[in-house]
Design a binder for this molecule. Structure first.
Ligand code: ADP
Length: 538
């Protein structure tokens, strides 16, 4: 029997309409490319998003068209999230750090018709334009008066384009499960793959996220996670949904400008990846600054280290909420919110829990399986392939013929994890990075975290390198605080107290910097390729 409730075919634009009606004056603050601070509110964002949707329609664009953004975290990008998706088109966010070949592949594969482009990124597109076969128009994110000379086809300034839009535009009726937004995974092997989110999946994800991160209605959010990466973890949807003040750093993500924004805008909740927070913490350390307004920070995208957690807690009195997810999951899968039991724990016990990636948010199912696909127990010890299932998890990649899930709907995350009796998930490694030494597994993440605790270590990376006797052995790469090598013995002694003896790296290499990809993650394959013969030649 079918339930008697109303049919739900939501459009994400209903979120910004809700914010306009109930939180019209809540601030949306952006640092613009010029460095100036721009302030607007949800009412204005909604009206300008309507104008954009209407301008696109008048210009002949239709539901289902893919329209790209190559943009920073500013109010204009937020307007595009709603203006593009709200008229039924697909909002495709591009990462400006992509390798040119990848950018060409992604733009052509997605069949982008328009690219909205930030002024500093014009040279990127000018370099690619002859190879972009579907793009009809470039809209430059500036005022008419700021419009630069460019050879990009049909280029027009954003503000001029918006002028044609109707501020009383009524949002499109999008169909059941209609597509809303598109992101590509970074594709460290093979071509990047597209994940096509729906209006429904984005709204469900945003609602679930709100319940899973200790968010309060009076929070002021600093959104450092880029709007071009996995829909900025859902913030552009759940921020207006809950009427949260939204603060965006534009191009300036170094310690000093971030501290400045946090201080001036009274930020209480900050979202970012570990490398960004390391920069902010270092700035505060060197300049005797305290993050006094910040209550919580949500950290995900890569593993949280003990030293980052400790510094936030002990120096700044900021609670760290570790989160895990991926492009294919919209992205949130687990969060680690404090429980009442944690209040009575020692610091060490509490930190041990906080370093885990957390427990599934409602809607996400998790399990770990062995190489043959057999379920493993949730015993805190059995490591296996982490499988996920849920309404905001991908069924198949964009334009793929086959589903990306097994016959029961489980998607293999590519992560190797452990689940414990209390429901916490701990990432041990990515399946492709785990080190297989003499038939046993060594977690590169655990080793990196251990090395990271050494006072001279600013960044650490562990890679499995072919070994004549053991199949693979760990090789540790270190960037020190001052960039100069230190005694290898001092690092090995330090590690001996933290990990099993057979886990100790067979060698340590000091580098000036580690290779990072377009989303700030370590590019381990580059080091693996370069040092492939390191142990064979010894
Ligand atoms: P991409 O897959 O494009 O590199 P994603 O952002 O989708 O980028 O990356 C998802 C992966 O990032 C996860 O599968 C996991 O390996 C890693 N990851 C995300 N959050 C965490 C975390 N809190 N701890 C450890 N690894 C994480």
């Amino acid at each position: 029997m079918i339930g008697d409730m109303q049919k739900w075919t939501p459009n994400v634009a209903s979120i910004i309409e809700h914010a306009k009606q109930f939180h019209p004056t809540k601030e949306v603050v952006s640092r613009m490319v010029s460095g100036d601070i721009h302030k607007t509110n949800y009412e204005e964002v909604c009206i300008r998003a309507r104008k954009l949707a209407s301008a696109l329609e008048k210009d002949g664009y239709k539901p289902g068209d893919v329209i790209a953004t190559l943009a920073l975290n500013t109010y204009r990008h937020l307007e595009m999230y709603y203006g593009i998706s709200g008229m039924g088109a697909i909002n495709h966010t591009l990462n400006f750090r992509l390798h040119p070949e990848q950018a060409i592949y992604i733009i052509n594969h997605a069949e982008d018709k328009i690219i909205f482009c930030e002024v500093p990124f014009i040279p990127i597109l000018e370099g690619l334009k002859d190879k972009l076969v579907t793009v009809e128009k470039y809209i430059i994110l500036c005022d008419e008066s700021e419009m630069p000379e460019t050879g990009l086809k049909n280029a027009i300034s954003y503000e001029e384009y918006l002028k044609d839009g109707d501020e009383d535009y009524s949002w499109a009726d999008v169909g059941d499960d209609a597509a809303c937004a598109l992101c590509y995974t970074s594709g460290t092997t093979g071509n990047p793959k597209g994940v096509l989110y729906s209006h429904k999946s984005n709204i469900l994800h945003a609602q679930a996220a709100l319940t899973a991160m200790s968010i309060k209605p009076d929070d002021s959010i600093l959104m450092v996670v880029p709007l071009f990466h996995v829909l900025a973890w859902g913030i552009p949807y759940f921020g207006p949904m809950f009427g949260l003040k939204l603060v965006m750093p534009g191009m300036q993500m170094e310690g000093e400008p971030l501290y400045d924004l946090i201080d001036k805008e009274d930020i209480s909740l900050a979202f970012g990846v570990p490398t960004i927070w390391m920069g902010l913490l270092a700035y505060c350390r060197e300049n005797n600054k305290i993050l006094s307004s910040v209550k919580n920070t949500i950290i995900g995208g890569s593993a949280l280290s003990l030293s980052t957690l400790q510094e936030f807690d002990e120096v700044h009195d900021v609670n760290v909420i570790h989160a895990w997810g991926m492009t294919e999951m919209s992205p949130l899968g687990t969060t680690n919110i404090p429980t009442p039991e944690m209040e009575h724990m020692s610091k060490e016990e509490k930190y041990a829990i906080q370093l885990k990636q957390g427990r599934p948010i409602y809607g996400v199912e998790l399990k770990v399986v062995d190489d043959s696909g057999t379920d493993l127990p949730n015993d805190g010890e059995s490591q296996g392939h982490l499988m996920v299932r849920g309404p905001w998890i991908l069924q198949k990649y964009f334009k793929a013929e086959k589903d990306a899930v097994d016959k029961d709907g489980w998607f293999d995350t590519g992560d190797i994890s452990v689940l414990d009796e209390d429901g916490y998930m701990t990432i041990k490694d990515r399946a492709k990075d785990v080190i297989k030494s003499g038939g046993e597994w060594i977690s590169s993440i655990d080793l990196e975290n251990a090395a990271f605790g050494h006072p001279e270590v600013a960044e650490a990376c562990v890679v499995g390198i072919p070994h004549p006797k053991w199949d693979e052995r760990p090789l540790l790469f270190i960037v020190t605080g001052d960039g100069e090598p230190v005694e290898k013995e001092s690092i090995l002694d330090f590690l001996s107290s933290k990990v099993a003896k057979w886990w100790l790296p067979d060698d340590i290499i000091f580098l000036k910097e580690l290779p990072h990809g377009a989303t700030g993650k370590l590019q381990k394959f580059e080091l693996r390729d370069e040092y492939n013969n390191h142990y064979m030649e010894k």
